[in-house]
Design a protein around this ligand. Structure first.
Ligand code: SAM
Ligand code: DTB
Ligand code: SF4
Length: 345
């Protein structure tokens, strides 16, 4: 047994030719009602449809692997109720300044050795200064030179800042809508939904691909989850990457002692995302550390085909290499293959 995850090989896919509507082209006009009805479908019908949509364009035996690094930690001026990095809450987190490029590259090299194909750098900023963006752009260039895909999440950016990152060769920018427009104000008061949409629009003036999704388990309703998916699916083109996070309940944050979220509702949300955005890579993101293997397997069966590897997300825990290797072996799945998309037959 090697000390890295199983290497990815290519598997032929067999697109189903019989399932009605499962090979459909992307739609950008999903209403909240339609999305809610989709989530509420009989469970086995929903999963069967999602799996068929997935197999139409993706290899079901391959999971994309990214590794996260918090390059600037804590002391964030925003008041996101879920986030341990907000200066508004008293969590155990010690703030740390922006890392230097050499240390970032060292960490990226280790991520590559551990099987990651994408390296995601996160900073606890509301909106970076131009000087901060220049420094991150240097790191993006250096990480890209290692042959890794690059992703950053830095908060709100202008079109000029997006251009700077694009010039550095940035592949993806992560900027989550998090929840429905209606529930947003329950979770964040220091910025608006429109602020988030504006940054996504600024990024879309460049070739940078969008990674945007949300969080479930914050006390929102099913209609709010449908509202989030309808918002994401109204982006034209759909975001290339859609992270679905299960809230990590961090003590000291306002959401730190919420009730556990129903895992099967997470599966339903992922399945609906899969169907509504058939060309996007759906990522089972935060929260895997708290999930059983069986729940993760269902999420992957519902059409998630990307995860974060490693024992840490940004500041909280993640399953780590040994547990993931075991899981993916049991699921006959290769983790770490760049580009899980296959040609539409
Ligand atoms: N400050 C930037 C921003 O908010 O866009 C980038 C970093 S922020 C930590 C990135 C994303 O992590 C958030 O948009 C949120 O969706 C997710 N996140 C933060 N805390 C989380 C938690 N406790 N559980 C699940 N997801 C979380
Ligand atoms: C995303 O949607 N999930 C990741 C990534 N994008 C940046 C972040 C999850 C953070 C979980 C809490 C933490 O570790 O601080
Ligand atoms: Fe800051 Fe991002 Fe955390 Fe919100 S989610 S408090 S913007 S680091």
């Amino acid at each position: 047994m090697t000390d890295t995850l199983p290497s990815a090989t290519s598997h032929p896919t067999t697109p189903p030719e019989t399932a009605a509507g499962t090979g459909a082209d992307p739609r950008f006009d999903w209403s909240v009602e339609e999305a809610e009805a989709l989530i509420a479908q009989p469970f086995h019908d929903l999963l069967a449809d999602a799996q068929q949509v997935h197999r139409r364009r993706f290899d079901p035996h391959v999971v994309e692997a990214a590794i996260l690094l918090s390059i600037k930690t804590g002391a964030c001026p925003e008041d996101c109720a879920y986030c341990p990095q907000s200066a508004t809450w008293n969590t155990d987190l010690g703030p740390e300044p922006l890392m230097d490029t050499d240390s970032i590259v060292e960490s990226a090299r280790a991520a590559k050795a551990n099987g990651a194909t994408r390296f995601c750098m996160g900073a606890a900023w509301r909106s970076p200064t131009d000087r901060q963006v220049d420094r991150v752009a240097d790191a993006v260039r250096a990480v890209g030179d290692l042959g890794l895909e690059t992703c950053v999440t830095l908060g709100m950016v202008t079109t000029d800042q997006a251009d700077t990152l694009a010039d550095a060769g940035l592949d993806f920018y992560n900027h989550n809508l998090d929840t429905s427009p209606e529930f947003y104000g329950e979770v964040i008061t220091t910025r608006t939904y429109q602020d988030r949409l504006d940054t996504l629009a600024n990024l879309r003036t460049t070739p940078i691909k969008l990674c945007t999704g949300g969080i479930v388990g914050m006390g929102e309703s099913r209609r709010d989850r449908a509202g989030l998916l309808a918002q994401l699916a109204s982006l034209d083109p759909h975001p290339e990457s859609v992270p679905i996070n299960l809230l990590v309940k961090v003590p000291g944050t306002p959401l730190g002692d919420l009730d556990d979220f129903d895992g099967l509702e997470l599966v339903r949300t992922i399945a609906a995302a899969r169907i509504m955005m058939p060309t996007s890579v759906v990522r089972l993101s935060a929260g895997r550390n708290e999930m059983t293997d069986e729940l993760q397997a269902l999420c992957l069966h519902a059409g998630a085909s990307s995860v974060f590897l490693g024992d840490k997300l940004l500041t909280t825990g993640n399953p780590g290499e040994d547990r993931d290797r075991e899981l993916f072996e049991k699921l006959d799945t290769d983790a770490g293959c760049q580009g899980t998309s296959v040609d539409v037959k």
